[in-house]
Every structure is written in C-alpha cells, then in structure tokens.
Design a protein around this ligand. Sequence first.
Ligand SMILES: Cc1cc2nc3c(=O)[nH]c(=O)nc-3n(C[C@H](O)[C@H](O)[C@H](O)COP(=O)(O)OP(=O)(O)OC[C@H]3O[C@@H](n4cnc5c(N)ncnc54)[C@H](O)[C@@H]3O)c2cc1C
Length: 315
Amino acid sequence: MRRAWQAGMIALARSPRAKRWIQSGRATSGLASRYVAGPDAEAGVALAAALLARGIRSSLFYLGEYVDSPVLVAENVAAKREVADLLGRAGIEIHVSVDPTQIGHSLDPALGRRNALAIAGAIADAPGDGQRLMMIDMEDRSFVDATIALHDELRGDGLPIGITLQAYLRRTEADLAARIRQGATVRLVKGAFAAGADAAFTTQAEIKANHRRLIGLMLSRAARDAGFRPVIATHDDRLQDHAIAQAEAAGWGKDEYEFEMLYGVRGALAEQRAREGHRMRLYLPFGRDWWPYAVRRIGENPRNAWLLARSLAGG
Ligand SMILES: Cc1cc2nc3c(=O)[nH]c(=O)nc-3n(C[C@H](O)[C@H](O)[C@H](O)COP(=O)(O)OP(=O)(O)OC[C@H]3O[C@@H](n4cnc5c(N)ncnc54)[C@H](O)[C@@H]3O)c2cc1C
C-alpha cells in the first residue's frame, strides 16, 4: 500500500500537465505553503528569520528540479547565490543546500564543478560574520562517486562544505568513515532512492538498522576527536532519541551536532527538539516550481492522502 501510494505520487511529480495545472491554481496554494517558504529568495529569508526567532535554523533550497537546459542551470545558480547574499545581509547564518544535477552536473560535470565553486565561493564571501555552509544533497547512486569527489575537492580548497550520505547504500559506512577521519560535516539521511541488494539495503528494517549503526559511528568519541560535525536528518523520533543517547554517552555537547528535518513534516517534533535545547535545522525550499517537491513529500506518507484530496478540492 505504502509503495503503491509513493509510486503514484512520483508519477504525478513527473507529469508536466499536472504540474502546470496545479502550480497555476489558487486552490492548491495551501499545499505549497505547507512545504515551501514562498516563490522567491526574499520569502525564504523571511521565513528563515521567523523560524530563527523560535530557535530553529534553516537550510535554504531553491526549487529547480529535473534540470535539462543551461538556462535553467544558470537560473538555479543565480538563485543560490542570491539567497546566500540575502541571508548574510539579514544577519542570519548562511546555510544553502544544493543538488549537483540542478547546477549542471548531469549536463556537463565540468560545468557542475564550476557552478559548485561559484556558489560555495559566494557563500564564503557573503556579508556578515556568522557561520556558513553549502550542504551538497545526494542524488541517485550513479552520482555518488562524483558528488563525493566534488565535496572532497571543495573541502580541500578550504570552502565551507558539507555532504549528504544515505543509509540505504552499503558503501556508505566506508564513505562515512573516510569523511569522519577528515573532520568533515556529514548529513546522514535514509535515502530517497532504491537500488538492488548488491548495492543497497532493500527492506525498511535493514535500512533502519544501518541508519542506527551509522549514527553510532557519527556520534562516537573518535568522530568527536577528529573534529567531525554530525547532522542527523530524519523525522524518526526513535532514531533521534538513539542519537541523543549516543551523543550523551560519548561526551558530545548539544551544540556539537545537529538534527535536520524537512519544513512542513512533523513540525511539532522539530519544535520539541528546539525546546529541549538541541540544534534543530529545517530544510527550507523556496521557488515557483514547488509541485514536484511537495508531491514527493505527500507521497512519503499515505496518511497525507487527505491533505492532497482536500487541497485539490479547493478546501
Ligand atoms: C534535511 C533532509 C535532507 C534530505 N536530503 C536528502 C538527500 O540529499 N538525498 C536523499 O536521497 N534523501 C534526502 N532526504 C530524504 C530522506 O532520505 C528520507 O527519504 C526522508 O527523510 C524520510 O526518511 P526518515 O528518516 O525521515 O524516516 P521515515 O521512517 O520515512 O519517517 C519517520 C516518521 O516520520 C513520518 N514522515 C516522514 N516523512 C513524512 C511526510 N512527508 N509527511 C508526514 N510524515 C512523514 C513517517 O510517517 C514516520 O512516522 C532528506 C531528508 C531530510 C530530513
């Protein structure tokens, strides 16, 4: 049931006709505002400021997906640079998430690399003296080697970089161990993709067990000694509890690791973690192209069916 629901929502995310119809309709604007800050960088920064007032940090993400033209790539890069500048001017920590394919990596890896350098450089040079980071998202398995190489190169150049690794992949334990030795910043997620049993854990139970094991590595004493910065990105409160217990046992301060969740998903849990004194960050998308992103979030939980039905009915 869960798989069929998710597959249906992914098909809907990829339908240009559904996207045109839904993104132009006023009735669905409630759906957009549930998961997305607004149409532009100003709206993203305004919501980031409001969240910060409640003790919650943000990672801004410009919604430009399924990019197949240099014009869209250029637009995506400009939006990432603009939001870094606006965050700096607003005196807010500069944290921007980037998909390699949205900045041209699948069109031409050299173009993707140049654009990653340009965005990371803009983040490093943005106004203000607060913390800053470009967090690289991880896409499907075919991009993992190139994305890790990109991270390592930019990190070697002294740019403020973090990388996302996925617990569903068997290789992640080794990839993570190497990044821990570097003292890098890693955001660990479950992984929004699937692969065969040779490369991946294929059942939810296996993926969750690996997720727990990797959280243990991220919050070990050795990782802390190496200057590693763990980001635990999950909406699973039991995995979060596990991370907190590991962190306490290994002597991590609450300001030395952080949790990250998606804006619009389990908001009460995010607020609760912030109240408990944890560093909590929300992945905060902005941009006009909101439908493919929102429908994937809806697809992650069959209980969201009512939300979709009510929105499409104009309620
Ligand atoms: C900050 C962040 C960045 C991410 N970046 C990437 C990335 O770069 N690459 C990648 O492959 N994946 C990424 N993901 C997605 C991730 O891989 C998972 O697909 C997603 O987080 C769901 O897994 P979970 O660990 O939250 O656990 P789950 O077991 O899926 O969820 C835990 C609990 O939260 C509830 N829940 C989860 N999602 C929803 C929802 N949409 N609506 C309502 N309830 C929900 C579940 O019902 C369950 O109760 C990212 C996730 C986050 C939080």
